[in-house]
Design a protein around this ligand. Sequence first.
Ligand SMILES: [Zn+2]
Ligand SMILES: [Zn+2]
Length: 268
Amino acid sequence: MKLTVLVDNFTYIDQYYHGEPAAAYYLELEDKRILFDTGYSEIVLSNAEKMGIDLSKLTHIVFSHGHDDHTRGFKFLADKIDLANVEVIAHPACFLPKYSGDLYIGAPYSLQEMQAKTNFKPLAESYALTDKLIYLGQIPRTNDYENKEPIGSYEQDGKREADYLLDDTALAYRTNEGLFIITGCSHSGICNIIEYAKKVCGEERICGVLGGFHIFEDDMRLAKTVEYLEKCNLQKLYPAHCVSLIAKAKMMAKLPVVEVGVGMQLDI
Ligand SMILES: [Zn+2]
Ligand SMILES: [Zn+2]
């Protein structure tokens, strides 16, 4: 599988793509061309064009969760490209309106609008995009140190509820060396995600992890996450999007960290 970072917070020197505090990854494998998240703005389109990636040929769009830094770019895609035949996969709660206080931080369209624009599959359970690439669906939160706090609220049936981001999910890709995990923001916890991926895929080995981990503080959770990832015996760790400098520094001391930026390409 070929993975290209289309949108990330960071850019590399001498490569004139645009960055923004958001995420989008382009995946090519077999006859599938998959966009995992869409970033926040139109840069998903302009970066793809500069990289020679034709997003009008997408077969799938998969959303990690409903926050606007992962879904808002969809509006720009939908304005430019006919997505009627593109299979779109996300948790059913992904397109509920989400707020931080009064600020809208959710997806640009409702679930009904997504169904009208695309071949939309709301899926809370795991789903095989191919034999090797698995959408994990809703992640069970099994450990006692990750993500116990809600982020803002969501609205359903006219009521606002604390948002624990039950829509948060990730992808797992089977390789000969074990699973390669790709996350959006890991609101469900990167360790919970990895544990669930092992269970869903029936594979204990993890060869790599790429994506946002939503870790900012130098605290107990970071220490436990580093300890957990050390036990995974990873070949490479690609912290992206929402991992602070101090968290990356703590990870680098113990783990095979690789710097991520827009334009990075991996053959996995
Ligand atoms: Zn988020
Ligand atoms: Zn995010």
